[in-house]
Design a protein around this ligand. Structure first.
Ligand code: ZN
Length: 417
């Protein structure tokens, strides 16, 4: 076996070249030679193999006067389609995507995770079948499915483990069941991790090497991207910031502890505290909204959304609640910023949209409580990607797994014979 100066031997060089093309393409052969420090002939040999394997394709340059050497190489993203799913606590988002996670077709609807895995997955199957039928036969074959789940995920087992708010899901074999149903590989991860991946590759954090994605919805969680890669931690629970304790808070959390960030300042907590303000008569506006919602058919309750609306209309108690919640989130994020020194903090999840005052309070607290060096160029902003980051991130996860350097190295090795 020969070893080039880049330290890559045989098939591993093919895997590395492919990864450069997939993530940074289109690239010319000359650019690949410069970036890998491999010899021209080695690059050429592996490019030919990748072309024959059908996972890389030639793309003519616009200025190209003739065929052949001057063409660019890019990932053959049209050779398969993937399905990305984000299962939330109260909703499902499904997208059929290219291997570069461009959405071909998508659907979203309310769905209660509490109705259990059998009912939820059955509905997911119906939506997937419908979307695949809609995009039609001209589309490339389905090659994989990715799912973001709203709980702690054991990726080795392919299931959720001990989720605080997902009755019936504990160790339910989600990955294996979906893979069997569709006859393609399935990959699962925590929903916040797939959202962070979506932000890193296709969202607003593409230029950022190391950032923190924070999802504030019913619960609170974070995804860490370090030097372009998602960091999952030793057992996959990295970023589970919703259960960091807030000093002096005693509200019992679904995890069994007291005073966790999400039970103090998450979307569910803001709604609950808003209802208390209405009941105690401390917010006339929320009391009025509560009455109106109760009279609806079906009757509804105040959620974080109504608290945000009341705050925006100048209701003092609602505004104080929004600011206090934002400060709690900000105080935890300040500690993380001190520890991790990210370039950017991206805020996503439905509760982030309850009002500017919420984000302003988070930002103020992070700036006030972090060290100056950690915040001097720190960008804190809302996700510009909106509802798509989960399903797009889940689709990207599939492409990352199916076309990992290791897998492609194996493909090249088998091709070598
Ligand atoms: Zn907790």
């Amino acid at each position: 076996m020969t070893r080039d100066q880049f330290g890559l031997s045989g098939a591993a060089a093919g895997g590395a070249i492919f990864d450069l093309i997939r993530r940074g393409g289109p690239l010319s052969r000359a650019q690949l030679v410069r970036r890998t420090a491999l010899s021209k002939s080695t690059v050429s040999l592996h490019v030919d193999r990748l072309l024959k394997l059908g996972i890389v394709m030639e793309q003519a340059r616009q200025t190209d006067s003739g065929p052949g050497r001057r063409s660019l190489l890019r990932f053959a993203a049209g050779r398969g389609t993937v399905v990305g799913i984000e299962l939330g606590v109260t909703s499902i988002d499904v997208a059929v995507c290219t291997l570069e996670a461009e959405v071909i077709s998508s659907a979203s609807e309310p769905l209660d995770i509490g109705s259990g895995p059998v009912a939820v997955l059955e509905r997911a199957y119906q939506i997937i079948d419908q979307l695949l039928a809609d995009v039609g036969e001209g589309t490339a074959p389905l090659v994989g499915i990715g799912i973001g789940l709203p709980g702690p995920v054991n990726r080795t087992l392919g299931c959720v483990v001990s989720p605080p708010i997902m009755p019936g899901w504990d160790r339910y074999p989600v990955r294996d069941e979906v893979a069997t149903r569709f006859g393609v590989p399935c990959f699962v991860d925590n929903d916040v991790n797939v959202m962070a991946l979506g932000e890193a590759r296709a969202g607003g954090a593409r230029e950022s090497e190391s950032f923190l994605f924070v999802k504030i919805g019913t619960g609170i969680g974070a995804g860490l991207v370090i030097e372009g890669e998602l960091y999952r931690g030793f057992k996959g629970s990295a970023g589970d910031i919703g259960h960091i304790g807030i000093d002096g808070e005693t509200t019992r959390c679904s995890c069994g502890n007291r005073g966790c960030l999400e039970v103090v300042a998450g979307g569910g907590a803001i709604g609950r505290k808003g209802r208390e303000l209405a009941e105690r008569g401390e917010s006339p506006l929320l009391a009025e909204i509560a009455q109106r919602l109760a009279a609806q058919d079906p009757p509804a309750e105040i959620s974080a959304v109504e608290v945000g609306q009341a705050a925006a209309q100048g209701d003092t108690a609602a505004l104080e609640l929004v600011i206090e919640s934002g400060r709690h989130v900000g105080s935890v994020l300040a500690k993380l910023v001190n520890f991790f020194n990210p370039e950017m903090v991206v805020l996503g999840g439905g509760t982030v949209n309850i009002g500017d005052a919420f984000v302003a309070a988070i930002r103020e607290m992070v700036i006030r409580r972090s060290t100056p060096l950690a915040t001097v160029d720190l960008v804190i902003r809302r996700s510009a990607f909106g509802d798509q980051s989960g399903m797009v991130g889940a689709a990207l996860m599939v492409a990352d797994e199916l076309f990992s350097v290791e897998r492609v190295t194996d493909m090249v090795r088998e091709f070598e014979g």
